[in-house]
Design a protein around this ligand. Sequence first.
Ligand SMILES: CC(C)(COP(=O)(O)OP(=O)(O)OC[C@H]1O[C@@H](n2cnc3c(N)ncnc32)[C@H](O)[C@@H]1OP(=O)(O)O)[C@@H](O)C(=O)NCCC(=O)NCCS
Length: 177
Amino acid sequence: MSPSLTVRRIAADQGAVFRELRTASLREAPYAFGATLEDALSADAASFDVIAAKHAVSLTVSTFILYTEGHPAGLIEAHFEDAAPRRAFVCELWVAPAVRHLRGGELLVDTASGWLANEGATEIYAWVADSNRNAMRFYEALGFGPTGEHRRMARAPEQAESLLIRHVPSTTSAVDS
Ligand SMILES: CC(C)(COP(=O)(O)OP(=O)(O)OC[C@H]1O[C@@H](n2cnc3c(N)ncnc32)[C@H](O)[C@@H]1OP(=O)(O)O)[C@@H](O)C(=O)NCCC(=O)NCCS
């Protein structure tokens, strides 16, 4: 039987869980992220407590955690840009290899997107490394498409990443009027 997967917003006291998931993701899939494992390992443990406390309550940035049978098994960040046009992004997505292809990634993206939409987003953006074909196919399967915007990756300037977009479905009913 497939394990049951659930997603919940990070709680203020989950700095240690957040650190564990971040370092696991950077160790397992270093090609997928802007930061490096060394960055995460050298960061003060207290800095993860600060991030968890902020992401638990902020209206502009959050982290959601995937659980399988109650055990943390993945994460995603959702945030709005600081400056106009204040686009809404999902990033730092990772699902533990043992529970991949069970729709945990989809659940994380949909939960993070729902939170952003609830805070006013009408479009959700994601940067994906061009070399990360799995993530490209994953986001395409979820209805994300190209914006045509590209940039060099900060961690590896010889590599490019592309900006993808998914429109939030309108909840306005056409038969209301
Ligand atoms: C990308 C990732 C988050 C997908 O997580 P997941 O839980 O396995 O994905 P889901 O089960 O929700 O997949 C949903 C759909 O996406 C597509 N998909 C997922 N993984 C895929 C892959 N490796 N290749 C092609 N399509 C894939 C499929 O259409 C899938 O539906 P299906 O299983 O019915 O075919 C996971 O592989 C991961 O953590 N990778 C390493 C980190 C990473 O690349 N993060 C993204 C940074 S931009």
